[in-house]
Design a protein around this ligand. Structure first.
Ligand code: UDP
Length: 317
């Protein structure tokens, strides 16, 4: 296949580039680099099946030649990023998804949308299954991301129903691993860096809020299987192992041997979900998929990458 990956220089996009190349496909990565980085794809330069185009997908996309599949992963994805980039976040989810769907229609390509557990908002149903409509505040600070992704799902289904575009929607739950941006402000990069520097981990609020963390390799496998499946309706891909943020901080301190403990900070964003855990019954049934890497094993793979990266930047000796 000749595959276009938008957000291809981002955390998830770059891992998808690796996977599709490893499977023998040709990959075009597209990114405007507002949160992505060419560092994430530097190792692919010289691969004749790989190319990179710097482009903002909210503008018209022109691509020569056939395209068989498009994975639309372009978007800021950290709460800190979308608070700083609210208009870009809305535009890429809305205008960007429209442009990329238009390209899929013109090329007769299969289209996969990277959606999110944020479509469930601060959920009143737990765990979250795909049939739950969510509990989203449209005008809160997270609304720019949540509503953009909800719109993206709606326009994806409209292109499927009205234009006959072959579409897939993955709802991605918290994912971590190598190549997360060091300063994206999310809990995994924050905690790992604090632990490696011997600083206390900043737990926002009382730390009783929960998240369920998935290692990036599991996400990539789920996305790959979903693309090849014939499921048009949304599928959750995440690890159901659920922890309070305080438990998660304690785990990172234990793995890294950090003795500096935890410090409470009053920094939770408005509408920060109190709980989050994927129901993956559908992914198990339809894709035969479930996570293979538990959170401790995933962190043991991820922490050394952060250490190397901090040393490379001269921020850690
Ligand atoms: N969080 C925290 N300390 C940090 C960063 C985040 O306690 O240094 C909390 C945050 O309030 C949220 C959870 O960790 O409840 C996950 O936040 P993240 O920004 O990773 O993404 P979210 O899951 O909210 O989209």
């Amino acid at each position: 296949m000749r595959v276009l990956i938008t957000g291809g220089a981002g955390f998830l996009g770059s891992h998808l580039c690796d996977r599709f190349l490893a499977e023998g496909h040709t990959v075009i990565a597209m990114d405007n680099l507002i949160t992505g980085s060419t560092d994430n794809i530097a190792h692919l330069v010289g691969n004749e099946r790989f190319s990179y185009i710097k482009h903002d997908v909210t503008n018209y996309i022109f691509l020569d030649g056939p395209i068989d599949a498009i994975l639309h992963f372009a978007s800021p994805a950290s709460p800190v990023d979308y608070l700083e980039l609210p208009i870009q976040t809305l535009k890429v989810g809305a205008l960007g998804t429209h442009k990329v769907l238009g390209l899929a229609k013109a090329k007769g390509a299969r289209f996969l949308l990277a959606s999110t557990s944020e479509v469930y908002g601060d959920p009143q149903v737990h765990p979250q299954e795909e049939s739950y409509y969510g509990h989203v505040n449209p005008i809160g600070p997270r609304g720019v991301y949540d509503e953009a992704k909800r719109f993206a799902e709606a326009i994806t289904m409209a292109y499927n129903r009205y234009h006959g575009v072959d579409t897939r929607i993955v709802r991605i739950f918290n994912t971590y691993g190598e190549r997360m941006r060091l300063r994206d402000g999310r809990v995994v990069p924050n905690f790992i860096q604090q632990a490696l520097r011997g600083e206390p981990l900043t737990v926002y609020g009382d730390g009783a809020q929960t998240r369920s963390f998935q290692y990036v390799a599991d996400l990539v496998e789920g996305v790959y299987r979903l693309l090849l499946s014939d499921e048009v309706e949304p599928v959750n891909i995440g690890n159901p192992g659920e922890f309070t943020i305080r438990q998660f901080a304690e785990m990172i301190n234990e793995i890294t041997g950090n003795k500096a403990g935890i410090v409470a900070k009053d920094m939770r964003t408005q509408d920060d979900p109190q709980v989050r855990q994927p129901d993956i019954t559908k992914a198990r049934r339809i894709l035969g998929w479930e996570p293979q890497v538990d959170v401790e094993a995933g962190l043991r793979r991820t922490i050394p990458w952060f250490r190397e990266e901090l040393i490379r930047r001269g921020e850690l000796s």
